[in-house]
Structure formats: structure tokens, C-alpha cells
Design a protein around this ligand. Structure first.
Ligand SMILES: [Zn+2]
Length: 135
């Protein structure tokens, strides 16, 4: 099983003063581009923080029935979606409710992608979803 901290979402390690800054890029659950992949699904709530959970087992295919290896988990609903979008938020108080591992994911995603990027998860890879021709 791969741990979240091993996922290839960009440089790891110390992230300096980013958390203290006003305005922070974070991944939020979105319905944007839903349906580009046949395996897309959307059970979370649009606009909630998109977290990354470890896949349930090593044998599950990324497009398999479980969905854990291609989905983000909504912070509030705890339900999943295959799409998230990078958005700048001013209120970062939600960080206090996250585990360190969750904070690392949020910060790294915000650093790696640009505002407005729709992102997807392909097992241990997080990538920008550009358009339907890319899938
Ligand atoms: Zn699973």
C-alpha cells in the first residue's frame, strides 16, 4: 500500500511560510469536466475541500469498481469525486481541522497547479485534466 506522502504531487518537504499567507490555492471538489472519463463519478459536494485518501488495496484497478484510486474525498461530506479544481481561498482556518498529512497534500497541490486547473487522480499520480482529448 502506498502512503499519501509518497504520492507524486510535487516536491515534498518543508513548505515555509505558505500557510501563513493570505490567499492560498487549494483543491476543491468540482463537477467541471465530469464525464470526460467513462469512469467519472461525483458523490461529494461541489466546492468542498478535496482530500486524498489512500487506495483500499493494491489490486484495485485505477478505473475499477471501487473508485478509490481515481477519486478525491470531500472534507465535509466524506464522499468522493473524480474531479477537483484549484481555487484561491482567503479563509484558511480549515487547516486547523486537518491532519498534517492532509495539510501536506493541500499545500502541495496548490503549489503544483495553477488557479482554475481541473485535476484528476490516476492511482498514485495527480495530473491536470486539460480536455477530453487527453483521456
Ligand atoms: Zn478501493
Amino acid at each position: 500500500m502506498i502512503s499519501i506522502s509518497e504520492l507524486s504531487v510535487g516536491p515534498s518537504g518543508y513548505f515555509g511560510g505558505q500557510m501563513a499567507k493570505k490567499g492560498m490555492l487549494v483543491p476543491l471538489v468540482t463537477m467541471e469536466t465530469q464525464g470526460f472519463r467513462q469512469s467519472d463519478f461525483f458523490w461529494a459536494k461541489a466546492g468542498e475541500l478535496a482530500l486524498l485518501k489512500t487506495g483500499c488495496d493494491d489490486y484495485e484497478h485505477v478505473d475499477g469498481g471501487c473508485g478509490c484510486k481515481r477519486s478525491f474525498t470531500g472534507f465535509s461530506s466524506r464522499k468522493c469525486s473524480t474531479t477537483a479544481v484549484i481555487v484561491e481561498v482567503d479563509d484558511t482556518s480549515f487547516l486547523r481541522k486537518l491532519t498534517q498529512e492532509e495539510i501536506n497534500w493541500v499545500v502541495r497541490a496548490g503549489r503544483r497547479f495553477n488557479e482554475g486547473d481541473v485535476i484528476e487522480r490516476r492511482d498514485n499520480k495527480i495530473q491536470k485534466r486539460v480536455n477530453a482529448n487527453d483521456v
